[in-house]
Design a protein around this ligand. Structure first.
Ligand code: IMP
Ligand code: MG
Length: 194
């Protein structure tokens, strides 16, 4: 087994490690992602120019890639923090959301910008936005890279939106399928049956 893992490209195609790995079909290129992140950052720089305490909050793990690229372009004093959530009942979305890792920072009187990879049904975001308001944030806004608007079950206003996409399961740039594909620099679609 170890020998198989160490044997490079010359290893037998029969080895399970050499099984074909489907490459997702490109939906949004790396260049288009970076260009759009720049546009969102420009709007955020304008809108928060007078803010004294801005915290960008990501939901682990999917939003990490987007959040990092976004805050690198902010010319404002900004703190970052993270939530981790999971839904009861499995699947991408159930009606009840559990906080598995809470924030480190207090949000009272801060301007909070929640940064998400994708808004699907909206349950996760709705829960988190309500919690941030309840904790006394001065303002709470949402920045989402991808919006699957046709899937929405609860209303979630998106203040800064990267791209609206169709009802497709997407991976890459933080988004995963069974923890894989997060590191792709583009957003892609896993083709049916692969
Ligand atoms: P919501 O609560 O239904 O809006 O679920 C949002 C979460 O489901 C996202 O933050 C993602 O983690 C996950 N999710 C929804 N759609 C996709 C997808 O197309 N690819 C990967 N993850 C997704
Ligand atoms: Mg997420």
């Amino acid at each position: 087994m170890i020998r198989q893992m160490l044997s490079g490209p010359t290893s037998s195609p029969a080895s399970s490690l050499a099984a074909p790995r489907p490459q997702p079909r490109v939906l949004i290129t790396a260049d288009d992602l970076q260009r759009r992140v720049g546009e969102l950052a420009a709007a955020i720089n304008r809108d928060y120019a007078a803010s004294e305490r801005l915290i960008c909050i990501g939901v682990l793990k999917g939003s990490v890639f987007f959040l990092v690229d976004l805050v690198k372009r902010l010319e404002l004093p900004v703190a970052i923090d993270f939530f981790q959530t999971s839904s009861y009942g499995g699947g991408t979305s159930a009606g009840e959301v559990r906080i598995r890792k809470d924030l480190d920072l207090p949000v009272r009187d801060a301007d909070v910008l929640l940064v998400e990879d994708i808004v699907d049904t909206g349950y996760t975001l709705r829960t988190i936005l309500d919690l941030l308001r309840w904790r006394g944030a001065r303002s709470v806004k949402l920045c989402a890279l991808l919006d699957k608007a046709s899937r929405r079950e609860v209303e979630v206003p998106i203040d800064y939106r990267g791209f609206e996409i169709e009802d497709l399961f997407v991976v890459g740039y933080g988004l995963d399928f069974a923890e894989r594909y997060r590191n792709l620099p583009y957003v892609g679609v896993l083709e049916e049956g692969k």
